[in-house]
Design a protein around this ligand. Structure first.
Ligand SMILES: Nc1ncnc2c1ncn2[C@@H]1O[C@H](COP(=O)(O)OP(=O)(O)OP(=O)(O)O)[C@@H](O)[C@H]1O
Length: 837
């Protein structure tokens, strides 16, 4: 009995609890009166009845919802709630599943901005100066305070309230994790008992032990499966929260999706890699962290305690010293996994964007036959990625060798040493040597082995298993440290994405203290945008093409513009290529910031406001109907009371009335950008214009691929529907549809002729720097001056035409003279010229 483990002395707490509860219920039932039992029966009957009625109502509502879901799914549509939420239906197995999406509240963005744009000084680590660079570029992803801050900031998005779904999932996972540790303990004890009974030749107890083993095994398997399931659920829940948050911020009305790529430039072009890949890796890693660190931590505490009881304080001290020494050695020798993972993510993103580029421009590349060169680009992108990954694997070899040796072999050798303590040094062994008389007697105690050999065997097996479990827990803990470093890398990527989006959203481009912003950089924006003006107005507004990175200065394109377009002032914006015509549309749409001056425009985009048709026609995914009503969805269309019949008349107005029949109806889904021709795409853009009927429309080269007979019809139809058109084009012939002409890129000398006139309008051309810039002219089409000019031109042409007969006669004379020379040559060969002789 000297080395008998005390594990067998403690009563099963679960068994005791169940027993106690059953006892209490039995006593209560016996003590209740007849009337109380009657009341309970009536209450139970009522419960069953109301449950049945409720169930029926629920079932009816559910089948109605299912039918509605199927209908809406077919139409690519959904429902909109009063609180701004959207209910959509997605295919799920053979039916549909209802998904309610609540938009992120603006106040949540405001609350989070502090976390993402102004982290505590300690969390910035490398650079406390640069406020607009969060995290600063030289902060290395790794296990440091910055990581803690970044992770907690992301956690506040992933678990917004203590009573959210994610907290519930984590709690249930925690319960299962504890249960698994408890079951491991039970298995450990059972293992010792089975071996003991086997060695003692106690067949009945041995078989009983095997049956118990199988029962516990089944339960443990369920527990393991439940833990994995809950881990995946947590990962998906985290990903859903973060993805929706990022989508709300990215696709905000503030046009962050354009600005983050074209103005900020902080995260390059690979934002899709951040959202689709890095976010998944981060959430998977974060969800597994809970079980991969939580479980070993609990195991370590419980198993250490059991070993302490079994093997004594010396063993515990040895174990703890072993952990501390090996953990610090591994940490010191481990490569910077966080940083390596972050760079790998960026290279993956670069490679992915090369493919995305090829997909988007497949036709153009095919026309040029550019497969070879594109392959070189792709191969070199892939080479960059693989050479980086090979570097990581090379670094890992050394570390994995060390890790394997330490965690598998040196730890088990150490374990044998520890478990041998009671054998070789019984006086150092644990509390098992002095059984506590106060402990309740185990029912199996009676069967405790009387043979010290068997007892020693049992204790050894139990302790060995405990040591193995402990080594396993410790090993997992060490592996988790590596996972933690990788998580730091993913965290840094996701945090960088969200902080950049917040920076773009808030326009937080303040220069660092004691420094001046670069002129015309994003920190030097002083213009004003006035929304709600019934027209388009620019006042002293220079056109500046932003630099690809927000710290750099932008490029001035023209002198400051001043013009006003009220309703009905149809205008042509013309000028040479690259003079900044489309840039005016960008400034008005809010894509580019107003660096100086004032920009006024209607408040709404679309109906009763302003609409801009881009130079490259865009066709969205979805049905044919979705192409006409874009950017409306079918929900918006139905809510505004529009019908398919109206859509048909809109298509007829742009000479596309044949499309619904040709394509098989309004609900047909196709890759429309490949189905429609260039001219059809442009006419579809006009169909959208006629559907939305804005007050103002800026049409950028909107009819360059449309046949000339339809071109006039499109503009005239727009004007007839009360849309004020602003045509951006290099073709002066479009003047005929306009009343005003804004010409950009006007030569300096031509501008000088009208300088006095411009000065009267109060424009400022004094600056030497600005005087070198191309100028502009804004004039009315069809003025007296222009009419006289055109008449003079016509007169000149008439005079030239009158001379045509005279010139024709002269031409004939010359031809006759030349013919004579040739006739001479027919009879007698012409002599060679003198210089050849
Ligand atoms: N996103 C951008 N970032 C930086 N510069 C840009 C950007 N977009 C355009 N530019 C530059 O701004 C200048 C004006 O471009 P814009 O597209 O307004 O010219 P445009 O007059 O419309 O030309 P085109 O007649 O060829 O369409 C060009 O030199 C162009 O290189």
């Amino acid at each position: 009995m000297a080395v008998q483990s005390t594990l067998r002395n403690s009563q099963h707490p679960l068994r005791a609890l169940v027993f106690q509860l059953l006892q209490r219920c039995r006593q209560r039932w016996k003590g209740t009166s007849q009337s109380a039992r009657l009341a309970a029966t009536v209450a139970l009957t009522l419960c069953i009845l109301s449950g049945a009625v409720g169930g029926q109502t629920w079932n009816k509502r559910r089948s109605e919802e299912k039918a509605q879901g199927r209908r809406l799914l077919r139409r690519n549509s959904g429902l909109r709630g009063k609180d701004g939420s959207r209910t959509i239906f997605v295919p799920y197995r053979t039916a549909t599943a209802k998904v309610v999406i609540h938009p992120t509240k603006p106040t949540s963005f405001d609350a989070h901005r502090r976390l993402f744009l102004n982290p505590p000084r300690a969390a910035r680590l490398a650079d406390g100066q640069t406020a607009s660079q969060v995290p600063p570029p030289n902060t290395k992803p790794g296990l440091n305070i910055a990581f803690l801050h970044q992770f907690l900031s992301l956690l506040s998005i992933m678990i917004p309230h203590w009573n959210s779904k994610e907290s519930g999932l984590l709690l249930s996972q925690g319960v299962f994790l504890l249960l698994r540790t408890y079951l491991s303990l039970v298995v450990t004890r059972l293992d010792g008992e089975i071996v003991r009974d086997l060695v003692a030749g106690n067949g009945r107890n041995f078989l009983l032990g095997i049956v118990k083993w199988c029962g516990i095994g089944a339960f443990a398997s369920y527990t393991n499966a439940a833990i994995k399931f809950l881990q995946s659920k947590v990962s998906i829940a985290f990903r859903t929260r973060l993805t929706r948050y990022i989508h709300d911020l990215y696709l905000h009305d503030n046009l962050n999706y354009y600005k983050v790529l074209n103005l900020d430039g902080g995260i390059g072009q690979g934002i899709d890699q951040f959202i689709c890949n890095d976010l998944t890796l981060f959430t998977t890693s974060a969800a597994s962290l809970y079980s991969s660190i939580g479980k070993p931590l609990v195991d370590l505490c419980v198993f250490n305690y059991q070993l302490f009881r079994s093997l004594g304080p010396l063993a515990l001290t040895g174990l703890l010293a072993n952990y501390i020494i090996t953990a610090s050695a591994l940490r010191r020798l481990s490569p910077p996994f966080g940083k390596l993972k972050a760079v790998e993510g960026r290279r993956e993103g670069d490679f992915r964007s090369l493919h995305a580029r090829l997909i988007a421009n497949a036709e153009e590349v095919a026309f040029y036959g550019g497969a070879e060169i594109e392959k070189i680009f792709l191969d070199s992108g892939f080479k960059d990625l693989t050479s980086w990954m090979e570097g990581i694997y090379r670094l890992k070899i050394r570390y994995n060798m060390l890790e394997d040796f330490v965690l598998k072999y040196s730890w088990s050798a150490f374990g044998y040493l520890i478990t041998s303590l009671p054998v070789f040094l019984p006086e150092w062994a644990g509390l098992a040597l002095t059984p506590d008389p106060a402990l309740p007697t185990d029912p199996l105690q009676a069967e405790a082995p009387s043979n010290p050999q068997h007892a020693r065997m049992q204790a050894f097996i139990t302790n060995k298993r405990l040591m193995l479990s402990l080594a396993d827990a410790g090993g997992r803990m060490m592996y988790s440290l590596k996972d933690l470093s990788e998580l730091a890398g993913y965290t840094s990527r996701v945090y960088t994405l969200i902080s950049t989006l917040h920076r773009v959203h808030a326009g937080a481009y303040t220069p660092s203290r004691h420094t001046q912003p670069e002129p015309y950089s994003l920190a030097d924006v002083h213009g004003t945008v006035q929304k709600g003006y019934d027209g388009i107005r620019l006042e002293n507004c220079p056109l500046i093409a932003p630099a690809p990175l927000h710290q750099l200065p932008g490029a001035l394109l023209t002198e400051p513009l001043t013009f006003t377009l009220p309703a009905g002032a149809h205008t042509l914006i013309s000028g040479p290529n690259g003079s900044g015509k489309s840039s005016i549309a960008r400034v008005v749409a809010g894509l580019w910031p107003p660096y100086r001056g004032l920009v006024s425009r209607p408040r709404n985009m679309g109906a009763d406001g302003i609409m801009l048709l881009p130079q490259r026609p865009y066709l969205s995914i979805g049905t044919l109907r979705d192409q006409v009503i874009y950017p409306h969805s079918e929900i918006d269309m139905r809510e505004s009371g529009r019908t398919d019949r109206e859509l048909k008349s809109v298509l007829e107005a742009v000479r596309l009335g044949y499309l619904p029949d040709r394509e098989g109806g309004w609900d047909t889904r196709k890759e429309w950008k490949d189905v429609l021709s260039g001219g059809e795409k442009q006419r579809m853009a006009f169909a959208r214009l006629l559907y939305h009927e804005p007050r103002f429309a800026i049409i950028d080269e909107g009819t360059s691929a449309v046949s000339s007979d339809v071109e006039g019809l499109l503009y005239e139809t727009c004007k007839a529907r009360g849309i004020t058109v602003v045509i951006v084009s290099t073709r002066a012939s479009l003047k005929r549809y306009c009343d005003w002409n804004l010409t950009l890129g006007v030569e300096e000398d031509k501008l000088a002729e009208g300088e006095g006139e411009e000065d009267d309008e109060g424009q400022d051309y004094d600056s030497d720097e600005e005087a070198e810039l191309p100028g502009w002219e804004f004039e009315r089409i069809g003025t007296e001056e222009e009419r006289v000019g055109v008449e003079r031109e016509v007169q000149a042409l008439k005079e030239k035409l009158a001379k045509v007969d005279e010139w024709r006669q002269r031409k004939e004379e010359i031809e006759t003279q030349l013919g004579q020379v040739w006739v001479q040559g027919e009879t007698k060969e012409l002599e060679a010229p003198g210089y050849l002789r």
